[in-house]
Design a protein around this ligand. Structure first.
Ligand code: NAP
Length: 251
């Protein structure tokens, strides 16, 4: 059991209960690191499973249900972490959803919800953590965007706009926070095997795979490796970048 004294690094991950967020949590977990993550489902068994997996690698985890779209709830989440641990070394804005429809058929609610979680959610977390990182004069912020935020994708106007917006937010925060020793980068996954893509029709999957030179879907771990690198000392001179992890589907 890790005591407060043993905690050397605090990593916060939004949407850490499954998929890419869970892979990032497991990749960064270990002795000396406290992983704090949130999720949105009530009574999430995924969150419990992630916590157990983190414990198995000798790490410690704390998680709670938070809708990242709510600024008040996000503030409360970070207040808890800062009261307990006194610092945040790494923030990974990973929580994201899709509600797909063609532009002409997209409902206002689908536009608003996707933007609220994917873009405003990341803003809420960055704003909540920035002051603490500025005081520390150190910090790493990693935003999970998407290849389609750069290329566009039919049927995903809301999602692509949210991810393109998050790239702009990443670059702006990188400029604003660099003088305080904080780096801000984005990781843009391509076509990754998680529950977000599992329900795509077989034809859509085949069409997507046909565009991937490496001829396979990405694994959540492929993305987690890059996030871990950006959070490490090896990446201290990298900021404001979008790192693509997509098997070559966009070059
Ligand atoms: P996923 O398997 O659907 O997992 C999404 C995670 O976000 C879950 O932990 C979920 O928690 C959490 N979440 C959803 N809404 C939330 C909210 N309002 N507040 C807090 N947490 C919330 O998705 P994924 O495929 O791992 O995607 C992770 C990130 O990668 C997303 O930003 C996504 O856009 C991006 N991405 C994915 C792909 C891909 O091909 N999979 C490609 C490019 C980019 P609950 O389970 O409790 O709802």
């Amino acid at each position: 059991m890790m005591t407060e004294k043993d905690v050397k690094r605090v990593v916060v991950i939004t949407g850490g209960s499954r998929g890419i967020g869970r892979a990032i949590a497991l990749r960064m977990a270990g002795p000396g690191t406290r992983i704090c993550f949130n999720y949105s489902a009530p009574d999430s068994t995924d969150a419990e499973e992630t916590t157990d997996l983190i414990a198995k690698v000798g790490g410690s985890a704390w998680s709670t249900r938070v809708d990242v779209a709510s600024q008040a709830d996000v503030q409360g989440f970070f207040n808890n972490i800062l009261e307990d641990s006194g610092r945040v070394d790494v923030l990974v804005n990973n929580a994201g959803i899709t509600i797909d429809a063609l532009l002409v058929r997209m409902k206002e609610a689908a536009w608003d919800r996707v933007l609220a979680i994917n873009l405003k959610g990341a803003f809420n977390c960055m704003q909540a953590v920035a002051k603490a990182m500025m005081k520390q004069r150190s910090g790493r912020i990693i935003n999970i965007v998407s290849v389609v935020g750069v290329t566009g994708n039919a049927g995903q106007a809301n999602y692509c706009a949210s991810k393109a917006g998050l790239i702009g937010l990443t670059k702006t925060a990188a400029r604003e926070l660099a003088p305080r020793g904080i780096t801000v980068n984005a990781v843009a996954p391509g076509f990754i095997d998680t529950s977000m893509t599992v329900d795509l029709p077989q034809k859509a999957k085949e069409a997507m795979l046909a565009q991937v030179p490496l001829k396979r879907m990405g694994r959540p771990e492929d993305v987690a490796e890059v996030a871990a690198f950006l959070a490490s000392d090896m990446a201290s001179y990298i900021t404001g970048q979008v790192i693509h992890v997509n098997g070559g589907m966009y070059m």
